[in-house]
Design a protein around this ligand. Structure first.
Ligand code: SF4
Length: 476
């Protein structure tokens, strides 16, 4: 195997024996095989779009399937057999529609005619596809690196698009851009400049996709406002919701409304508390539990209720909490409780609710403590006059843009150290949270466009340096 798609990558150079994320070589290979099949689907979908044939269902599927190959999303080989079958089926359906519309058979590339042998090892076939992909770049490591940049960029775009699509926010240019980039990966005639330009194009698409995601969140839940979030638990039955999926958090809140269960967020769902309509509508959305995603094996074991993981980051679960852990959507792990979508597209969370009611829950209230979230752009603009006045008065002399977040390893503290070295009063904007992007190659390009999970796209904090702890939490 070879994978360098995230910041956990082994020795900062690439996982080649086993994924540092827990991904086996076999799972890595079926991820690669799925991407290979989607590359074959892409030109067919583009042709269908040209001819005015609807590709909407295929577009949504492609985004979900690509998202499933992201770090810490899906480790279940069986899911990928299903995704690969669907990719081939959708491709062939579109081909049939295109040929019916044009009235004649078309010449499709070998990639668009490729079909894996489902009676044989998909992992072995995936390895062959990976070797072919590596071999196609010859000795030009810059081109190979840029191709990976495009692949990883598209994975980020598709992940955002998947979430935006859940909230009805779509733009066909995004799907078109994803297909164009995937189709380009089959081309051998592109120069280094072409690949740089394509990587930058992916960045443009990504910004548009983030706009869609932002529109989905703010139109449904209101613009974030600074909101104190309890870090203390309260007595009673509990469900912990992890991942990034606010609509799925809302679905859980709806389904637990009259159960007496208290709902906590975990990991990257902390900013959900800043969206005012969620808090107003669901008072049993209480607080935030646990620390960063990489500590979940400890935090989940201690949580005395059910846990639902809506999207990444899932780590290989330990036996001492696997029975109370549930996944949905593209998230999977062999043997893990999986709650499928219902007929209305929303999972029926009854198994998780039942588990939460069986488990003891918290036995006592803890001493209150809190962190504040919700410093998004409207919060910044709301105090723009004061910021401008402070600038004019010379009280604010620098603006710092924090474009990333620290890694899981103790020595990946760049951003924390940076902030610690800033002067006494500063204004921070946290633009991107690039938590799982390989930074080993093309750092500048990656930082420019790979935004991996950004729920609050601009965070402003004016803080006295000595009380910086809430800031460090936000910086992870
Ligand atoms: S996703 Fe990250 S940790 Fe997992 S195999 Fe790839 S580079 Fe390694």
């Amino acid at each position: 195997m070879f994978c360098e798609q995230c910041e956990q990558t082994a020795s900062g150079q690439g996982c080649h024996q086993w994924g540092a994320c827990g991904k086996s070589p076999e799972v890595n290979a079926v991820h690669d095989l799925l991407i290979y099949c989607l590359r074959g689907l892409a030109p067919v979908a583009l042709r269908a779009k040209e001819l005015g044939i609807s590709t909407h269902e295929v577009d949504l599927f492609a985004c979900e399937a690509i998202f499933a190959t992201m770090t810490n999303v899906n480790f279940d080989g069986k899911s990928f057999t299903d995704y690969i079958r669907r990719a081939i089926r959708d491709r062939e359906n579109l081909k049939a529609q295109i040929e019916a519309k044009l009235g004649s058979p078309q010449n499709w590339s070998a990639l668009s005619c490729y079909e894996p042998n489902f009676n044989d090892s998909l992992a072995v076939q995936g390895q062959d596809c990976s070797l072919q992909f590596i071999g196609q770049s010859g000795t030009n490591v810059d081109i190979f690196s840029l191709k990976l940049t495009v692949v990883y960029g598209i994975k980020g775009v598709a992940s955002y698009a998947f979430h935006a699509g859940e909230m009805g926010q779509e733009d066909d240019r995004v799907y078109q851009g994803i297909y164009e980039a995937l189709a380009a990966l089959d081309r051998q005639d592109l120069t280094l400049d072409d690949w740089v330009n394509l990587a930058l194009k992916v960045g443009e698409i990504n910004l548009r996709t983030m706009e869609l995601l932002d529109a989905g969140h703010t139109s449904n839940y209101g613009h974030p406002v600074p909101t104190p979030v309890p870090l203390n638990v309260k007595a009673g039955k509990a469900i912990l919701v992890s991942g990034h999926d606010i609509p799925q958090l809302e679905a859980i809140l709806k389904q637990t409304a009259d159960t007496g269960i208290t709902v906590y967020t975990h990991g990257e769902l902390l900013p959900a508390h800043g969206y005012p309509r969620l808090k107003q509508t669901y008072p049993h959305l209480w607080g935030h539990y646990g620390t960063a995603w990489q500590n979940q094996t400890k935090d989940f074991a201690k949580f005395p209720g059910a846990i639902v993981i809506t999207t990444n980051c899932l780590m290989p679960p330990h036996d001492n909490y696997q029975d109370k852990l549930f996944s949905i959507g593209p998230v999977g792990y062999p043997g893990l409780n999986y709650i499928p979508d219902g007929a209305d597209g929303v999972p029926d969370f009854t198994p998780a609710i039942r588990k939460a009611l069986e488990l003891p829950g918290f036995t006592a209230d803890e001493t209150p403590r809190q962190v504040t979230t919700g410093f998004a752009r409207n919060a910044v603009l709301g105090v723009a006059d004061r910021v401008i006045a402070a600038v004019k008065a010379g009280k604010i002399r620098h603006f710092f843009l924090i474009g990333g977040c620290d890694g899981a390893k103790p020595d990946r503290n760049y951003y924390t150290e940076l902030v610690e070295k800033f002067p006494m009063i500063v204004l921070f904007s946290r633009l991107l949270a690039v938590s799982s992007v390989s930074l080993t190659r093309n750092w500048v390009i990656l930082k420019a466009f790979l935004a991996y999970w950004m729920w609050d796209n601009v965070t402003m904090l004016i803080r006295q340096f000595k009380s910086r702890s809430p800031l460090l939490m936000l910086l992870r």
